[in-house]
Design a protein around this ligand. Structure first.
Ligand SMILES: C[S@@+](CC[C@H](N)C(=O)[O-])C[C@H]1O[C@@H](n2cnc3c(N)ncnc32)[C@H](O)[C@@H]1O
Length: 277
């Protein structure tokens, strides 16, 4: 049962759109209730309606941040979808290594990295399959997210047994993580390969700055939450920060949203990837 009024829902929808570009469709009141109930309890409020009312009448930056954070969907897993990781290993990274053999530098952006499974999957794959590059090139993986709680988790690099069971083969787990109580901590070298920073994809001023334009960008399973104009804007902004022969990977259900952008579509096996035009 929902407690928030239509007016409160509209206020929240406008706030979430403004701060994160996430579109809350009508009918998502149940989602709002379940995501915000823990915050209302923590604040000692009787209901989510009371929380949203407080957000309307006496908003604090802290409460606003907590609400936006709670409205992000952070579902992720190690080596999500499997085939893009095979394509990275067999096609994309070898081509980049060849193209950058004189510079010996790879600059990678993993946008919307959630709790870190994606950037650490990449770090593990690079170290396992391209050890010389990792050892002697300047390899930088910049992992970003809007959610402060996800940035914290990404920086910690600690995962529950349930999380490592999702997508991580046992030998890789043993090789790349150390036990930490009931959890698993990513090893120091892999942790050091990933630079974790805040970034709102709808605010280009917050996009990560790096010494070079990006050779490889991941924006996977986040554009689905935005409207079409925002998706196109983000893709064009991203294309302008990529090397002309750089690669962009989107989520499996997002590959059709590049039409009308400065990106051309290519395919290797089952994986669709994009290159700036
Ligand atoms: C479903 S997760 C995807 C994680 C990972 N990329 C994957 O494919 O497994 C979506 C992530 O996008 C982040 N996000 C939502 N809105 C964002 C925005 N405007 N800018 C940056 N990140 C955002 C969320 O915090 C969340 O961690």
């Amino acid at each position: 049962m929902t407690t928030i009024t239509a007016h409160q829902f509209d206020h929240l929808r406008d706030l979430v759109l403004k701060e994160s570009a996430i579109v809350l469709e009508p009918g998502k009141e149940y989602l709002v209730e379940s995501r915000l109930a823990p915050i209302a309890r923590r604040e000692g409020l009787a209901s989510v309606a009371d929380l949203v009312q407080k957000l309307i009448t006496t908003p604090s930056a802290k409460m606003k941040n907590e609400v936006i954070d709670a409205m992000t969907t952070n579902e992720t897993s190690f080596f999500r979808d499997v085939h893009p990781w095979q394509t990275l290993k067999d096609e994309i990274i070898p081509k980049l290594v060849e193209a950058r053999s004189s510079e010996r530098r790879l600059t990678i952006w993993c946008a919307a990295a959630s709790s870190g499974q994606e950037p650490y999957s990449l770090a593990m794959s690079l170290r396992d399959n391209f050890p010389d590059v990792v050892r002697s090139w300047d390899v930088k993986i910049i992992a970003t997210d809007l959610s402060e709680s996800m940035l914290y988790r990404c920086r910690e690099g600690i995962y529950s047994q349930l999380e490592v069971n999702r997508g991580l083969p046992a030998p890789m787990l043993i090789r790349n993580f150390q036990r930490e109580g009931a959890d698993w901590r990513i090893d120091h070298e892999l942790r050091r390969m990933v630079d974790v920073r805040p970034c709102n994809l709808d605010a280009p001023a917050t996009y990560p700055r790096a010494a070079a334009k990006f050779d490889l960008v991941f924006i996977r399973n986040v554009l689905i939450y935005f409207d079409d104009a925002t998706k196109a804007r983000i893709l064009n902004e991203t294309a302008s920060r990529m090397r002309p022969d750089g690669y962009l990977l989107l989520g499996s259900s997002e590959v059709s949203i590049s039409s009308g952008t400065r990106l051309s579509r290519h395919q290797f096996g089952r994986t669709i990837y994009f290159i700036p035009t």
